[in-house]
Design a protein around this ligand. Structure first.
Ligand SMILES: NC(=O)C1=CN([C@@H]2O[C@H](COP(=O)(O)OP(=O)(O)OC[C@H]3O[C@@H](n4cnc5c(N)ncnc54)[C@H](OP(=O)(O)O)[C@@H]3O)[C@@H](O)[C@H]2O)C=CC1
Ligand SMILES: N[C@@H](CC=O)C(=O)O
Ligand code: NA
Length: 361
């Protein structure tokens, strides 16, 4: 008997489109069709079908067979195509707040969207309770993109290890910016801070508004998620977070205006970097999960010899110090970008497939 896992994809932007491409490439490589995309929706339009064409979906989404976006219709359609995973590739809070209702409909959820897991504790607890049943929720790409961070942490916790501290560089954007702007390499040409932000945005590392990275909130959300998976009930509203967006730029309405004005503040960031350099150090924005109460997001000066100082590109580095790993277990690699984020989502979909029937093929 052929087992097919259906997929309803919300938000085919940078990450969502790459996820669709990876599913299409998988289908081309595998004779038996294991996945069928039954819905694709952005904020304006949606296509509902028993099998969406993965070679033509962009045109179809704009064509006459598409409907106006209506999330409740999409969910009805997904629920009628069980087993179905709703893949939320938006960063939308309202979409995220609907997850418990979707789980009640028997749907599974895979997402890189951090909003539900770093939002209210009651939503988090509701999701834990509801995903303990038949419906599954996986969100590996919410921390460290495709790097196996949450699965590793869950394995540590479930097997009875004790978390002493989790510390790391959890932002691909801020990693890229500071690795280039505040380098350990004395021969590296000095860079303007605003130029590194532009490159990070163009490479697809940033949130739609790069201020959500620079204000520490994207890292804060990851710290909250890691804390909660580790059993520490962290809350975004009480976590100390260092915001490095100059105060004059915080209330500018659009990200485009923000990017246009950022070069005016290059001297401010150069001075920060120079003061670190005088101490033989570099700047890095780190997140800390501390069961004893010191969880935070802060800009830290690290000596050039520290492992966080020699990161490259948009790499994340996460150090788990536990009772069993007093010398930390370290995971390092690309922590942002469409390909690695979509890979993390694909690996989550494969886990659901194996749990709900793939194994029986
Ligand atoms: N970029 C990265 O490296 C990483 C990203 N992530 C997360 O992945 C997610 C997607 O990021 P990215 O692809 O860069 O974002 P994009 O802005 O490129 O894409 C967002 C997509 O969501 C759609 N969308 C927004 N609101 C709604 C809505 N209410 N209903 C339906 N669709 C909606 C948009 O549609 P429309 O075009 O109509 O607005 C668009 O298709 C985010 O949660 C991000 O935090 C996680 C890890 C790494
Ligand atoms: N903007 C984020 C994307 C992944 O979560 C980052 O830079 O890490
Ligand atoms: Na991850």
């Amino acid at each position: 008997m052929t087992f097919t896992l259906n997929l309803a994809i919300i938000g085919p932007g940078l990450v969502g489109s790459e996820f669709i491409s990876q599913i299409a490439a998988y289908q081309a490589r595998n004779a038996a069709t294991r996945f069928s995309v039954v819905a694709i929706a952005n904020s304006r339009r949606q296509i509902l079908s028993s099998k969406v064409s993965l070679s033509n979906w962009k045109t179809d989404l704009e064509g006459s067979n598409a409907q106006s976006a209506d999330l409740s219709k999409l969910i009805d359609h997904a629920a009628a195509h069980s087993p179905c995973v709703v893949v939320d590739c938006t960063s939308n809070e309202t979409v995220a707040s609907s997850y418990p209702a979707w789980l009640d409909r028997g749907l599974h959820i895979v997402t890189p969207n951090k909003k539900a897991f770093s939002g209210s504790l009651s939503l988090w607890e509701d999701l834990q309770k509801k995903s303990a049943g038949k419906s599954k929720v996986f969100h590996e790409s919410t921390v460290g993109a495709g790097l196996p961070i949450l699965s590793t942490l869950k394995d540590l916790v479930d097997s009875g290890d004790e978390i002493v501290k989790i510390e790391g560089i959890f932002s691909g954007t801020l990693s890229y910016i500071f690795n280039n702007f505040s380098s350990t390499d004395p021969s590296a040409a000095p860079q303007r801070f605003s130029d590194t932000v532009t490159v990070a945005k163009n490479q697809g590392y940033t949130e739609p508004d790069p201020r959500d990275d620079l204000n520490g909130m994207d890292v804060a959300r990851k710290v909250v998620i890691l804390g909660r998976v580790a059993g520490i009930p962290l809350d975004l509203s009480t976590l100390p977070v260092e915001n490095i967006v100059p105060s004059e730029l915080r209330s500018i309405p659009t990200s485009e205006e923000f990017m246009a004005k950022l070069p005016e503040f290059d001297d401010h960031f150069t001075q920060l970097n120079e003061s670190a350099k005088k101490e033989g150090a570099v700047l890095r924005l780190v997140g800390v999960v501390d069961p004893k109460g010191g969880s935070s997001v802060k800009l830290v000066k690290y000596a050039g010899s520290h492992p966080f100082a020699s990161l490259k590109g948009s790499d994340n580095i996460i150090a788990f110090t536990t009772k069993r790993f007093p010398n930390p277990l370290i995971i390092q690699g690309a922590g942002a970008g469409a390909a690695v984020t979509a890979f993390g989502m694909f690996s989550d979909v494969l886990k659901i497939a194996s749990q709900v029937g793939y194994a029986s093929l």
